[in-house]
Write a protein that binds this ligand. Sequence first.
Ligand code: NAD
Length: 372
Amino acid sequence: MTRSFPAGAQSSSGSSSSSDSPLPPVRQPLSSGPGRAVVTGGAGFIGSHLVELLLQGDYSVHVVDDLSTGKLANLAAVKDHPRLTVTIASVADADVAQRTVADADIVFHLAGVVGVRRLAEEPLAVMQANLHSTESMLRACSLKGVAVLVTSSSEVYGDGPVPFVEGSPVRPGSTEGLRGGYACAKAMGEWLASAYAEQNKLPVVVARLFNTVGPRQTGDHGMVLPRFVQQALRGEPMTVYGGGQQTRCFAHVRDVARALLGLATSATVPGRVVNVGSAMETPVRTLAEMVRDAADSSSSIRNVPFGDVFPEGFVDPPRRVPSLERLLAANGWLPQTPLDAIVAELVELARSCAVRSETRLEVEAESGALRS
Ligand SMILES: NC(=O)c1ccc[n+]([C@@H]2O[C@H](COP(=O)([O-])OP(=O)(O)OC[C@H]3O[C@@H](n4cnc5c(N)ncnc54)[C@H](O)[C@@H]3O)[C@@H](O)[C@H]2O)c1
């Protein structure tokens, strides 16, 4: 069955920030429309939503994922789709990368390991996964001349001045601290993308993603919103790391997926690097209160010193706000799902999952499946 895209561009209602410097020369679109798309990391949180969107838009989609942090269950809604193929492999492997891009028209490179908690626990795995997979995919795309959208992270801005403008210097931080390792791996991926573009004429766009939230994100590795939802629904204390006045801008994952596809097919993309996210700023403490209200929970909200959770030297930038001028210029709209709607959706989803799993346990207990 084929379906067409949701109705075209909406007008913007999000805020955008101004930059002093003129935009770099306009770049051409990566892709002219439906064709064969590869999504690395397609079994992950953002990747799985992008896969669904591409399938709705008549693309044939090849997911390549090593399932290191993703899971096939994320693709449950489309698993039998005739235009979807899934390969379980690591794109850090040069052979895999080259086979992956062999017949692709456009590549969305999302494979990576994300999450500050993971970075604190396994810094080598996080840095290597991000750096090696990006290098391998860029090389493969360059050899075949296949256009590629690479996902990077707002972490590259470090504690720089807000709003974060794409052309400003990256500030990954000290090499004696850990947090900068993820930022540096992502920034190195961006520099490699630029080098392949300049030297080998590879068509490439880098999407710098800001905090993305929505269904299928787990709280297991320090992601703040799913963790708050779990704590509130269980009536446990909601743990805010640090003072809670630090702000973040949260975009719905479906908006982000749509923005990535828009960037790949936009008639003109101003610049090679484009911030992707929301510019609506929310203090983390306020987020906890929103979740508690939406869940109608009696949980307390407890501040936990940052040093109790993360290694020494792990700093948390006080604000992280994107300039969205380039994204608006490319796509004609901005991610705009309000945070209270996102919170309400996630609380509802978590509640219905909890009910489903309780019902399943009751049925299994009644049928004797749980008796030893
Ligand atoms: N979620 C966010 O808020 C956020 C913010 C900034 C940047 N990003 C970037 O967006 C991308 C997607 O993030 P996500 O939140 O969906 O994370 P995720 O962990 O849910 O998805 C990443 C996917 O990549 C896969 N993967 C990892 N290494 C691989 C490899 N070598 N080969 C093949 N597959 C591999 C994982 O199994 C997983 O399915 C990442 O590159 C991440 O750095 C995400």
